[in-house]
Design a protein around this ligand. Structure first.
Ligand code: PEP
Length: 251
C-alpha cells in the first residue's frame, strides 16, 4: 500500500509574515489529515523558519531545486547537503519551470536526481508534456524520454529512492486540470514504463499528480488507482485549501 504524499510547492512566493501565517494555519488543521504524508517546499530562505515552526509535527520539508554540485564556486546555488543540514527530506527536481525558464534538460535533471538521492534526500522527479506535445500525440514519448533519463543512467534501484510527479505543463498554474481519466492514463503509463525495468519498484513508487489540483478536484484525482497524491502549487499557498487537498487523501 503506497502512502499518499501531498507536497506544497510554494515557488517564489511569501514573506516572513505570510510564511508564518501559512505554517500556523497548516499546523492548526493537521489533525484532520489521516492518511497522507504532508510536505512543504518553501523558498530556500524560509526553510529555517519552516523547520522551527514545524518542529514536532509530521510535516516534511523540501527544497524546490538543488544544485548538481556538492559545493564550491557556484554563485546562487544550494547544495543537497545544505538542504539535509536544515532538515529537508525532499528536493523537487525537473519542475517544468526549471526546465523551460532555466534551460534544465533531461541530463541536468537526471544529475540533480542522483545528487539529491546520494545526499539522502528523496527527489520529487517531475515529468510532463506541453500542450503542443499533447496535441501532437507525443505525450507518452515525451514522458518516456524524461523518465528514461534517470532510469537508463542510474537504474530502477536509484529511481526507487524518489517520488515521481506527473505534471502536464498545460495544467500548471492555468486552472486547467487534467481529467482524472487523462491523468490516470499517464500515471499508468509511467508505472508500466518503470515496471518494464523492475516490477517491484513500479509497485512501490509513488506517482503524484500536479497541475491545478484544488480542493474541488483533489478527491477524484486521488481516487485513481495510480495517483498517489499531489504536488500542489497555487493551492498550497492557502492553508485551508492545502489542508482540504491533504484530507481528500483520507481513506
Ligand atoms: C506546480 O507548479 O508544481 C503546480 C502543480 O502548480 P499549480 O498547482 O499552481 O498548477
Amino acid at each position: 500500500m503506497r502512502q499518499p504524499l501531498v507536497a506544497g510547492n510554494w515557488k517564489m512566493n511569501g514573506s516572513r509574515s505570510a510564511v508564518g501565517e501559512l505554517l500556523e494555519g497548516i499546523k492548526a488543521g493537521l489533525a484532520g489529515v489521516k492518511t497522507a504524508e504532508v510536505a512543504v517546499c518553501p523558498p530556500y530562505v524560509y526553510i529555517p523558519e519552516a523547520s522551527t515552526r514545524l518542529a514536532g509535527t509530521a510535516v516534511a520539508l523540501g527544497g524546490q531545486n538543488v544544485s548538481t554540485h556538492a559545493g564550491g564556486a557556484y554563485t546562487g546555488e544550494i547544495a543537497a547537503s545544505m538542504l539535509v543540514d536544515f532538515g529537508c527530506k525532499y528536493a523537487i527536481v525537473g519542475h517544468s519551470e526549471r526546465r523551460t525558464l532555466y534551460g534544465e534538460d533531461d541530463t541536468v535533471v537526471a544529475e540533480k536526481f542522483e545528487v539529491a538521492r546520494k545526499a539522502g534526500l528523496v527527489p520529487i522527479f517531475c515529468v510532463g508534456e506541453t500542450l503542443e506535445e499533447r496535441e501532437g500525440g507525443t505525450t507518452e514519448a515525451v514522458i518516456a524520454r524524461q523518465l528514461d533519463a534517470v532510469l537508463d543512467r542510474f537504474g530502477a534501484a536509484a529511481l526507487a529512492a524518489g517520488v515521481i510527479a506527473y505534471e502536464p505543463v498545460w495544467a500548471i498554474g492555468t486552472g486547467r486540470t487534467a481529467s482524472p481519466q487523462q491523468a490516470q492514463e499517464v500515471h499508468a503509463f509511467i508505472r508500466g514504463r518503470v515496471a518494464a525495468k523492475d516490477r517491484a519498484v513500479a509497485e512501490a513508487i509513488r506517482i503524484l499528480y500536479g497541475g491545478s489540483m484544488k480542493p474541488d478536484n483533489a478527491a477524484e484525482l486521488m481516487a485513481q488507482p495510480d495517483i498517489d497524491g499531489g504536488l500542489i502549487g497555487g493551492a498550497s499557498l492557502k492553508a485551508s485549501d492545502f489542508l482540504a487537498i491533504c484530507t481528500a487523501a483520507n481513506r
